[in-house]
Ligand binder design. Structure first.
Ligand SMILES: [Zn+2]
Length: 147
């Protein structure tokens, strides 16, 4: 896990990294894991996380943040090709008062369409079949672009 933090068994994202909790995975490399948000604000709402457990921007090493940034471009391009959104919002929240709800560093990619209300989180779960279908399409697209 490169220079990353330790696995925290009480953290849902650490459990996803370890394969102990399910996720609609899209991408994985040495430093990052990418999966669809199970409570999508819009179709294609995707999370990029550091593999190691770091609570937020202030605790994560710069190298891990750089890895997240680099992969964000690749994932954003795949989302744009797959879903053709009008825009792509990138956001990253640090601390409960900033709206952070899972205390393991993550970046949101949020495809956006005209007329969409600006919200950061929802409690409405996405359709698991649609999430699995989109994840599979993105995986295939990323594999094609890597070859
Ligand atoms: Zn964690």
């Amino acid at each position: 896990m490169s220079n990353d933090g330790k696995h925290d068994p009480s953290c849902i994202f650490c459990r996803i990294v370890a394969g102990e909790a399910p996720a609609h995975r899209v991408w994985e490399d040495e430093a990052t894991l990418v999966f669809l948000d199970i409570f999508p604000v819009s179709p294609g709402h995707t999370l990029i996380i550091t593999k190691g457990h770091h609570e937020n921007l202030f605790e994560a090493p710069a190298g891990s943040l750089a890895a997240v940034g680099a992969v964000s471009k690749r994932i954003a391009e795949a989302l744009r090709e797959e879903l053709a959104p009008a825009g792509m919002m990138v956001f990253q929240l640090n601390g409960a008062d900033a709206g952070q709800t899972v205390f393991h560093y993550h970046m949101h990619l949020l495809p956006r369409w005209p007329g969409q209300e600006l919200v950061l989180h929802t409690r409405v779960p996405g359709d698991p079949v649609a999430l699995a279908d989109l994840a599979a399409k993105l995986v295939a697209r990323l594999e094609r672009s890597a070859s």
